[in-house]
Design a binder for this molecule. Sequence first.
Ligand code: SF4
Ligand code: SF4
Length: 419
Amino acid sequence: MSMPIQLGLDDESLAACVKCGLCLPHCPTYRVTGDERRSPRGRIALMRAVEWEGLELDEEWHEAMETCIQCLGCMTACPSGVPYGDLITTTRAATAKVRPPVRRLRLGLWILGHPRLLRWGSRTLAVTQRLGLMRLVPASVGGALPPRLPIWYRSRSRAQEVGMLGKGDVVLFTGCVMDAWQPEIHDAVEKVLSSIQITVDRSGDQSGCCGALHGHAGLIDEERRHAQRVVHAIGADRPVLVDSAGCGAALKGYGDLLATPEARAFTAQVTDIHEWLAAEPRLAALQAAIGHGDPGEENPVIVQDPCHLRHVQGCHGAVRDVLAPHVPLVELDDEGLCCGAGGAYSVLQPALATAARERKVAAVARATNRSGATTVVSANPGCAMHLAAAGLDVRHPIEVLADMLGSDRTIEEGVDGGR
Ligand code: SF4
Ligand code: SF4
């Protein structure tokens, strides 16, 4: 059913698009469909039609917006500076009011806000995986999971589930899904930081989910609630390090989202872990601790840039800065084209997500042919899981560094080992 609506978009931002089309090759949904309505230029034209000409929304219009991965590859490519991120975020927020996200997405987002429930649900899924019963789980959900979820994992974040932050030098933001599904990455970060005498507090359950996926789905009020809780739980008295590109982008946006002095002070403390390490004077000590003088001795790795690192935070170069002294890096030849993960996109738009991923997998195959490298490094859990589900060997860049450090007694003592 069609209906009139005001999206609340800024006229100047809408008018900034000169329809040059230079963004089209950088749009994953246009690349896999060839459909103008699946391109940034086409989506902006459809937004204009609603705002300026009173076009009523129909199914086709909604699909054009809902198939946008919100990767912002178009924004990086646009020579006219069109703020596409603001346009699609405002559009999704307006349309979510008249066409709320589907029930299974709302349920999933609600669970993300309940860390204990998320962990127990994850353990149930892990047992289901071990018993070979994944046919009982919807394919769109099962396909988005890591191949082997942890059943039990005791890390230092568990000790902080109900406690307050300690007096560590930095706070590591642990989030929701990553803490439940990939806790070993947080341990790798702590191991690397400990090696240069930096003490770490984990944000834990008091902080919980960043709300990025809620914002992605247009549920801005829910994203704000998560943001307020995170800001209140962590404060702004020391650096807040983030090892998930998507969470980091969300946390860096809290200042604008909440528009309070507290939120702006918090945002000023947020740094991606690679960005922070690359600027840290003790990086040289880390390099010495790793102790490999010749990067050529290590197996090369292929670097995949998560969109939230490359197009939103703009700090993808820092991944190279921290890895390059220790391991040969292989670049992809696709100019950072999105892999199709995009928050819950791989669950909600599986066909397009898979088609976008196929292009990335092909780019990885070309990189392997050139270099012999088979391991991909990705600084975003969503991208990592999406690519691993296609059979790629994917690791977090910090895990690669942590491996090179060898065993670390302090960290190993905190790991239950009973996974
Ligand atoms: S969004 Fe930018 S690059 Fe794309 S058509 Fe408009 S002006 Fe050109
Ligand atoms: S955000 Fe990504 S998917 Fe959406 S229009 Fe821009 S390039 Fe295309």
